[in-house]
Structures are given as structure tokens and as C-alpha cells.
Design a protein around this ligand. Sequence first.
Ligand code: ADP
Ligand code: TYD
Length: 214
Amino acid sequence: MILKNFIVFEGIDGSGTSTQIEILSKKLPSTGVKFHTTFEPTESQIGKFLRTILKGDIKFDNRTLAYLFAADRCEHVFGENGIKKMCSSGTIVISDRYLFSSLAYQSASCGIELPKTLNSFFPLPEILFYFQINPEISLNRVLSRDGKNTEIFENLEYQKKTSSWYEKIIKYYETNKKNSENNMHIVKIDASKSIEEISQIIWTEVSKLPIIKL
Ligand code: ADP
Ligand code: TYD
């Protein structure tokens, strides 16, 4: 199922999604549309717990992580004032990461079956922006942004694995959309382009949404 007014940004760490969401949130007010930006892991208790695991403070089996990300998402989508309710009442919701992150990152450590099952009940966004980048470039960006305070997945080997899972997953959705009502609009972005060039591409796509009347 597609959730109208829902926009998702995805890509490996350092691909530039947060930067672009910030730029978009400065452009949207001129349209008068109601919008809300959000991210995963969320700021819920589950999301905060996930952040401590990501810092490496506590260790869990990779499958446990898959369940926790899905639980955090469940509240994010279906909880009180969650994404579903907001989008249905005419607010554009823009999320930095969503189920595609679980399909890519968790598949890289525990295979596709568990993340696929745990995430099969969530609605798909109206637009998915997928940031494609060489993991070496994006990891360098992360290292110059965060210094030594990197998280458990922020190493080249894991980023390469995740990137290759993202490619498979995006291809899957592109191939399967033709025969289904799941017509999620996928926009692949060359994330090695300049911040300005990327923000133009995003703006062109977002302005086409029926809810935005320029
Ligand atoms: P993400 O949210 O995907 O992890 P960020 O948006 O935080 O990535 O960007 C990571 C770093 O790379 C930041 O320091 C940001 O300023 C820089 N950056 C973002 N987009 C670009 C770009 N297109 N070109 C060069 N540097 C970028
Ligand atoms: P995030 O804070 O977006 O990292 P960054 O700003 O560096 O891109 O996400 C935290 C980490 O959590 C990131 O490495 C991706 C990972 N993650 C998963 O492994 N599975 C998920 O379902 C989500 C939402 C994030």
C-alpha cells in the first residue's frame, strides 16, 4: 500500500540525506503546504535504546536489532500522531530513513528473510529518494563529520555490503511496480553531485506532488 504525502530519503551513512532534508524544509514553507520532518531511529524510548546499541555501548544479536528497528518503526507509523495519521490528514511527512534501511543494513548482517518479514506490513512512501554513492566517498564524509565517534555500521566493509543490498532492493521495487498498485515513485540520485545540484533535483520532484500548488 502507498501512503500519499509520505516522502522517504535513503542511502548509506554520509550519502547526504540529512543535508538535503534540511534544505527541503527551508524551501517548503513558501508553498504554504503543511509538512513535518522526521527520522529513524526515532526519538522514542525504542529509538534511544537503538542509538546506544549503535554507539557500541551494548551488544545484541543482529536479529534482535532487526526486531528493534521494526518495533521503533511500528510506533513511528501507527502510533498516536504517527506518520499514517499525519499523512492522511494532508501533512507531507519527510523521513530520513525508513524500512529500506532495515532491508539494506539488517540484510547485510542477517540475510533478507527476517527484515523482509518484519517490514512487510508497513505502507510504502509516495516518493523514495535513493542516494547512490561510492562507500569510500561517503565514509570519508562521515569521518570528517563525526571524527572518531563512529557507530557500529560505519566501517568500509559494512557500508559496501549495505550499499550492495540497497542496489538489490531498489531494483526489486523498480521491477515489481509495473504490475501492482504499489506505484511508489523511486528517484535515484547521484549523491556525489554538489549539494546544490541535488537539492534542485529533489525540488523538481517534490514540486510535482498534487498537494503542492505553486
Ligand atoms: P547522512 O545524513 O546521509 O548521513 P549528511 O547529510 O550528514 O549525511 O552528510 C554527511 C557529510 O557530508 C556532512 O558533513 C555534509 O555537510 C557533507 N555533504 C552532504 N552532502 C554533500 C555533497 N553533495 N557533497 C559533499 N559533501 C556533502
Ligand atoms: P542515522 O542516524 O541516519 O545515521 P547517519 O546520519 O550517519 O546516516 O542512522 C543511524 C544508523 O542506523 C545508520 O548506520 C543506519 C542504521 N539503521 C539500520 O541499521 N536499520 C534501520 O532500520 C535504520 C532506520 C537505521
